[in-house]
Design a protein around this ligand. Structure first.
Ligand code: COM
Length: 552
């Protein structure tokens, strides 16, 4: 046990140890007696992650019974997005929490293996695709296909991921006043008791927030070296892939597939369900899907829909995959790199003493209060199933905290704005055009390019990030659609492919889902910051004068 709370003797030796770990900017070296700085946290976390065998002691930030003898309102098992946000909220409401995580940092898989590296890779994909497209024009040099290394970008991420980790720890301790134990696994004893490093803690409630991990298809050869998922890619990749086969059609498959292809690693996606028509995505507009998939193919990604993986081939290392294509023909692709994006499942073995009810896919069943089948035990985040999204994880944790602190709080996450990366940002909320037509008798749309335009010559939408495309090959500049009920004039759905519109969708989703809705006239009254990537405000204004609006 390492007490990271009090700048006493033990703490001094910790600071001395951190000081020996590497260079720290002078201004970020903690004064004697002061708490660890972000820079010190970064060095400590990096060392523990790099050398777990030498760092087996937990990092304790826990008040002694003399300092605080009150009962814990909740123990959060897992300090990822759900556990951290739930803990912070509960603490802010005057409760007492303890958050336990086996990793030496709070924030969970997001900054370690998931969303943060994915955003780095997606930014790399966008830069690479633009550089490849623009090569030989303006200041862009000829594109060297050998220059972009997946292994190098992964290494760049790994060399810097301790910085966000450090911020989470520092913020949670110094600003949010949370109690936590890190770098130590929790053992569940019963619904009120958790053991860490031999010490038992009691709480009125448990909140389970340990997430999920990639579920690999059960086929021969799947454990061969050279088969990765988003987490093992970060931890274990030790060579430069030359050819990639993606198994699955999840968001992860689209996003990582787009990245690998952009680096110059030829990529094939083998998916059972058509891309963007998997059960986990809803409200996907057919036109948006068509544009996204066409642009992936335009960039050279091979997509086989209706494919069934039979086997991963190898001789100690992956050499290929065998699969059936629609119609039953067996095909083989030679490859040195297989990436699994078939979805995730939780590992519930540690919760066996609780006897939790689970659904047919193995997710913990929780109601809208985040209550599980066991009184006093709540569950949050990926553990309870899709959507595996940040807003849901964080708000589940907060929802559990609110209920534990006496509120009657329900969290309904059946509808939400959605997003994924290809080389583009793909964003949508509300109804697809087809869904809207099934529910309303008089639906119109505002769309760019319109159905009857040739997209190769229609250079809109365009804004930050797509201007160079618009002026060199218009079809690459993006796509958008607004779906409107022409009778009530309310906006029913918004869909966008391009860059820079993601933020707006957080607010559009809220506005259009209000009971009173949000009309095209209200949209037209907003003040655009031209060139606004989503173009919706001015396009609504062009039609708002019509008493019976028609398509644009
Ligand atoms: C985000 C992690 S990377 S958390 O949600 O802020 O804890």
């Amino acid at each position: 046990m390492i007490d990271i709370r009090n700048p006493g003797d033990g703490f001094k030796s910790l600071r001395a140890r951190i000081g020996a770990l590497g260079p720290l900017r002078d201004g970020d070296r903690g004064a004697e007696g002061a708490p660890l700085t972000v820079g010190e946290w970064a060095l400590l976390i990096d060392d523990i992650v790099a050398h777990p065998e030498d760092n087996t002691e937990g990092l304790w930030n826990v008040a002694t019974p003399e300092e605080d003898g009150s009962e814990y309102d909740a123990i959060f098992v897992g300090g990822g997005a759900s556990g951290r946000f739930g803990s912070a909220f509960l603490k802010a409401r005057g409760g007492r929490q303890l958050t336990i995580d086996a990793w030496p940092f709070l924030g969970g898989s997001c900054p370690h293996q998931a969303c943060v590296p994915h955003h780095l890779f997606s930014e790399a994909a966008r830069e690479l695709d633009l550089a490849r497209h623009m090569q030989g024009r303006l200041w862009y040099p000829p594109f060297d296909e050998k220059r972009a290394s997946i292994a190098e970008i992964v290494a760049l991420f790994k060399a810097g991921r301790m910085y966000p980790h450090a911020i989470m720890n520092w913020q949670s301790k110094e600003q949010l006043d949370m109690e936590f134990i890190l770098n130590a696994p929790a053992t569940i004893i019963d619904e009120h008791t958790v053991e860490v490093e031999g010490q038992r803690f009691q709480a009125r409630n448990l909140v389970l927030c340990t997430g999920a991990r990639t579920m690999y298809p059960d086929v021969p050869g799947i454990a061969t070296k050279g088969v990765y998922d988003f987490a093992t890619l970060i931890e274990d990749l030790d060579y430069e892939p030359n050819r990639c086969v993606i198994i699955g059609g999840s968001k992860v498959a689209l996003e990582y597939g787009s990245f690998f292809q952009a680096t110059g690693c030829r990529t094939t996606i083998l998916t059972r369900s058509p891309l963007m028509r998997t059960a986990s995505l809803h409200h996907v507009d057919a036109g948006l899907r068509e544009y996204v998939v066409a642009m992936m193919a335009d960039r050279g990604i091979e997509i086989v829909e209706g494919a069934e993986l039979l086997e991963v081939l190898g001789n100690g290392k992956v050499t290929g995959v065998r699969y059936t294509e629609p119609g039953g023909a067996v095909r083989q692709i030679d490859t040195d790199f297989v990436f699994v994006g078939t979805g995730e499942r939780p590992d519930l073995r540690m919760y066996a003493p609780l006897g939790l009810a689970t659904d047919e896919r193995g997710f913990v069943i929780a109601d809208r209060h985040m209550r599980t089948s066991v009184p006093g035990v709540y569950a949050a985040g990926d553990l309870i199933g899709p959507p595996m999204e940040m807003f849901k994880a964080r708000k589940c944790g907060v929802g559990a905290a609110r209920n534990i602190m006496g509120e009657d709080y329900e969290f309904d996450f059946t509808d939400y704005p959605d997003f994924l990366h290809t080389t583009y940002e793909v964003t949508w909320c509300g109804l697809s055009e087809a869904e809207a037509r099934a529910r309303y008798r008089n639906v119109i749309k505002i769309q760019m390019p319109p159905d009857d335009a040739d997209p190769e010559t229609f250079a809109l939408p365009a804004a930050e990030g797509s201007m160079l495309y618009a002026f060199t090959r218009p079809v690459l500049s993006g796509w958008l659609k607004l779906v409107i009920d022409a009778d009530s004039r309310k906006i029913l759905g918004a869909h966008h492919v391009g860059y820079g519109a993601k933020d707006a969708f957080q607010y559009i989703d809220y506005l259009i889902r209000r009971p009173e809705g949000f009309t095209m006239d209200q949209m037209a009254e907003l003040n655009e910051l031209f060139l606004n990537p989503e173009h919706f405000i001015q396009l609504c204004r062009l039609r708002a004068g019509q008493s019976s609006p028609v398509n644009l």
